[in-house]
Design a protein around this ligand. Structure first.
Ligand code: F6R
Length: 619
């Protein structure tokens, strides 16, 4: 049931307990059960005598564990958080929970408060000062200010969330109302576990299962009030709502994957949410791009060349970046494999910008290439998923992809977020430089609906399963395209070879007759990307070349294409956005699913393919 419509992206881990057991022990155990998703710091708040006591530490969960020795075991209400940082480095100070100004409430949060800078300025004018760099502390102060009016905690939270824009699952406890935990949710996951004389909450079901299988999924714009005896759910007008628990049958291993068979499938399905999250706070009401902490206007006017440096999937995202930068900005851009760049004695203009793309932020060749650029005094910009990673720290500036932890070795959602950040960056530069002919606002409108298009692309899964049945024994699969589709073809081929262990041949479709066509014989499959409308006629000739040699043709295209499907043996149609790059980007989704289902039918070890590691920290 939860699988329908995807699974909400849980970036940080949230836990909470009220009941007769030692609450700190319970919430620490809950955090351990969320450990598989990755985190960079963790903290706990519990009621202690007349106070709220907060313990937090950067780094491993065991660092926090070391602080728990002196915690009394008669504390019966606690909340806990493991953080995957989005605002502010992973330090002790930035770790949650955070207090309000008066230390009357402590909160933990998963998500991004998009208007936190506005709120922070407003609070600062009213005399508030802050201890961390987080958006969460701002939310704590907003709630605390309402609470100081003397209303019940749930009323303070209800009033405060009306002022917050963005995604949040917020959990709040108070010094005065010592029997309740209040939670609020908008677009970030929050689940509540109903026990006997005890209640719990968490960002993800595995953290509830050892205690209960009766679960309530908190809906958006709802406030939950948990006590030992029960649960109340209120809407944003304060009206009480009926409670509808569901019974969870999954075992813990299945629950970690949100009910999916593999992390890869979960991560593919998270992409609508990843798109949403990656855009959060970066596009404003006027359809302008807003990036904090990138270079100022004079830098963009000075940069005369961009070099994008990355490995594997991130390199493929870089190719999309080159196409965007050259087409939209007429800015000469090269893309290098990190391993070639670092040993290649590259020619670097002093006015150039080097962009490093990396999911992990720890890839050895990319890091070495970054250090080479720094030695040569070249400006550097990171596009990284893991905050606090080496590349994120060492680049002059870093933009986070905000894709959440990626656990499957084969990268899927990180690629989508990387291309999206490159798109936002190109639009941002176009905006700053007032590029003639580029209308960032039009693009931004399409970006707003992109997550819905991604969700519709995921709906192709049943036809992809049928296709995978037909293809999974083929010895060789071609991945071909023109324009941006040619770059997506490289990524689709990488997915197929790394998880399904099928040999692939990938190139721009126009290169076929310069050699690779010799490999086409009966039984060989060629997958064409055809989202680029202006090049479809050319593709049709390539498709016929394959069919003339008894190869089978699959085409991935947009729903308005009347040209290529007539020449294909199988067609997968994604919804068109009206923008070629975005259509090409979305076309990766069915191709990821195809690799997944082929691998599954071939009985492959999908999440941990042979010979590969998630983070390549050695040469
Ligand atoms: C393929 C894949 C790898 C990584 C590459 C770079 O699915 O995951 O090709 O993209 O090893 O890793 P990061 O992005 O961590 O630098």
């Amino acid at each position: 049931m939860l699988r329908e419509g995807g699974y909400p992206l849980a970036v940080c881990g949230i836990a909470g307990y009220v009941g007769p057991r030692g609450s700190v022990e319970v919430v620490y155990d809950q955090l351990k059960r969320l450990e598989y998703r990755g985190y960079d710091s963790a903290g706990i708040a519990y009621l202690n005598g007349v106070d709220i006591k907060v313990l937090k530490r950067a780094g491993k969960l065991s660092n926090l564990g070391e602080l728990l020795g002196d915690v009394p075991n008669d504390t019966h209400l606690a909340i806990a958080h493991s953080r995957w940082a989005t605002h502010g480095a992973p330090t002790d100070l930035n770790a949650h929970p955070h207090f309000d100004r008066y230390e009357q409430v402590a909160i933990i949060h998963n998500g991004i408060i998009e208007n936190y800078l506005e709120l922070k300025e407003e609070l600062a004018r009213a005399g508030h000062s802050f201890h961390s760099e987080t958006d969460t502390e701002i939310a704590a102060h907003v709630i605390g200010a309402e609470y100081a009016q003397g209303v019940p905690l749930e009323e303070a939270v209800r009033r405060a969330v009306r002022r917050l824009r963005g995604a949040y699952a917020l959990v709040v406890i108070s010094r005065k109302e010592r029997e309740k935990i209040v939670a609020a949710r908008n677009a970030s996951p929050l689940v509540i576990g109903l026990g006997e004389g005890e209640n719990l909450l968490a960002s993800d079901i595995p953290a509830l299962l050892p205690y209960t299988r009766e679960v309530v999924i908190l809906e958006d714009d709802r406030i939950a009030v948990l006590t030992r005896e029960g649960l109340r759910i209120l809407d944003l007008d304060g009206k009480e709502e009926p409670i509808q628990p569901i019974h969870i049958e999954w075992d813990i291993a299945a629950a970690e994957k949100g009910g999916y068979e593999h992390f890869m499938l979960k991560e593919i399905n998270e992409q609508p949410e990843v798109i949403h999250q990656c855009l959060a706070g970066r596009i404003d009401e006027r359809n302008m791009i807003r990036f904090e902490q990138v270079f100022s206007e004079h830098v963009w006017n000075e940069v005369d060349r961009v070099n994008i440096i990355a490995c594997g999937t991130a390199y493929h995202a870089g190719l999309m970046g080159k196409a965007l930068f050259e087409k939209m900005l007429r800015l000469p851009t090269d893309v290098f494999h990190s391993s070639e760049f670092r040993y290649g004695d590259p020619v670097l203009s002093p006015k150039s910008l080097a962009i490093f793309i990396s999911q992990s932020g720890e890839t050895a060749d990319s890091l070495a290439a970054l250090r080479l650029c720094k030695d040569r005094r070249i400006r550097t910009l990171g596009i990284v998923n893991v905050i606090g990673s080496s590349i994120a720290r060492e680049c002059d500036r870093t933009i986070l992809t905000q894709a959440g932890p990626e656990i499957c070795v084969a990268s899927t959602k990180a690629y989508t977020a990387q291309v999206l950040v490159l798109t936002l960056l190109a639009l941002h530069i176009a905006q700053v430089k007032e590029m003639p002919g580029v209308r960032p606002a039009e693009y931004v409108k399409a970006l707003r609906g992109l997550h819905e298009h991604a969700a519709r692309a995921l709906e192709l899964e049943p036809s992809i399963i049928d296709l995978a049945e037909r293809l999974h024994r083929t010895p060789l699969i071609f991945f071909l395209g023109r324009g941006p589709d040619a770059h997506v073809a490289l990524e689709a081929a990488l997915k197929m070879k790394e998880i399904a262990y099928i040999a692939t041949q990938e190139s721009p479709a126009g290169e076929m007759k310069h050699g690779p066509l010799a490999l086409v014989t009966e039984g060989v499959v060629a997958v064409f990307g055809a989202t680029c409308a202006s090049l479809r006629d050319k593709l049709v000739s390539n498709m016929r070349e394959v069919q003339a040699r008894e190869g089978e043709v699959v085409v991935v295209t947009t729903d308005d294409d009347t040209i290529t499907p007539t020449s294909a043996d199988h067609t997968l149609r994604i919804p068109g956005t009206g923008f070629e790059f975005l259509d090409a980007l979305l076309s990766v989704i069915p191709l990821q699913l195809l690799a997944y289902h082929v691998a599954r039918l071939r009985g492959c070890e999908i999440d941990q393919p042979r010979n590969l590691a998630k983070s390549v920290t050695v040469e």
